[in-house]
Design a binder for this molecule. Sequence first.
Ligand code: ADP
Ligand code: X2W
Length: 277
Amino acid sequence: METLERSEAGTAEHNAGLQSFVMKCGGSTLAALPDSFFEDLKQLQASGVQPVIVHGGGPAISENLEKLGIETEFVNGLRRTTEAVLDVVEMVLAGSINKQIVRRIQQTGGQALGISGVDGGLIEAQPVENSDTVGWVGDVTHVRSDMIQGITDMGYMPVIAPVGVDQSGQRYNINADTAAGAVASHLGTDRMIVVTDVPGIMKELDGVKQVLPVVTVQQIDDMIQSGEIYGGMIPKVKAAVSCIQGDVQEVVIVNGSEPRVLSRVLQGEAIGTRIVK
Ligand SMILES: Nc1ncnc2c1ncn2[C@@H]1O[C@H](COP(=O)(O)OP(=O)(O)O)[C@@H](O)[C@H]1O
Ligand SMILES: CC(=O)N[C@@H](CCC(=O)OP(=O)(O)O)C(=O)O
C-alpha cells in the first residue's frame, strides 16, 4: 500500500507540467461521432496533450440484452444488474464498444490502448448503497492513477470501460459518468469533458429552450428539484459536482458532433455548458 501511495504521489507531480483531460463519451453519441472528432483527438495527442477516455455504451447494452431476451430496467438512472446482465455489460463495454473506439482512434493514426476497470484492478469498486434494489452496480472506491499515467507515458491514450472490481474479484457495473468523474478526481486533472448527444444543459427561458453556458452547483440542485434536469443528465451533473468539489476545476458538457469540439473547449471557447465551483 505504501509503495502504491508513493507512486501515486509521483503521478500527481508528473502530471503537473502536462495538459491532460478526462473525456467521457456517452453511448448516445458514439456511433454518430464524425471522423473529424477522432482526428481532433489525434492532433491533441500529437501536440503533447494527454487525453484519458472513459466511455459508456448504455444503448448497445440494452440492444444486446433485448436480443438475448434478458429483461432490463433502470432505477434512478442505474441499470438493475443481475449476474446475467453483468455478463452482457462486460461483454459489450469491455469488448465491442471499447475496441470500436480504439480502432477509430487508430484509423486516424492516433495511439490508443483499451482497458477495462477490471484489468490490473484499475477501478476498485464497492456495492452502491441501494444494491438490494439495483444488484451488481458499483461505486468507485479507488482508481490506479499510476497505471493510467504509465499508459500515457508509453504514448497511448487510455480508453477505459467502466467495469469495476473489488478485492474479492467481484465485478460491478458502474455508470460511465460516475466512473469518468472518479478517474478525473483520482488523476487530479483540471478538466473533464462530457461528450453527449445534446449541446449542453438546456433550460427553457422566455419560452425558448436554450443552452446554459455556465451553471453552479446551486442551479443544478434547483434544476433537479424542478425536473428540468432528468434521466441521463442526472448522473452527469452528479459526477460533475463530485469532481469539482476536489481538484478538478471545471466540467464541460458538449455535443460530440460540433466541429473540433475538444480543442475548442481546451482553448477556452464558450461552447456547451461549464459546471464550475
Ligand atoms: N436539462 C437538460 N438539458 C439537456 N439534456 C437533458 C436535460 N435533462 C435531461 N436531459 C437528457 O439527457 C440526455 C443525455 O443523457 P444520456 O442519454 O444518458 O447520454 P449519454 O449516453 O451521452 O450518457 C439528453 O439526450 C436529454 O434527453
Ligand atoms: C449502472 C449502470 O447503469 N451502468 C451503465 C453503464 C454504461 C453507461 O453508463 O453508458 P452511457 O454513458 O451510454 O449511459 C449501463 O448499464 O447502461
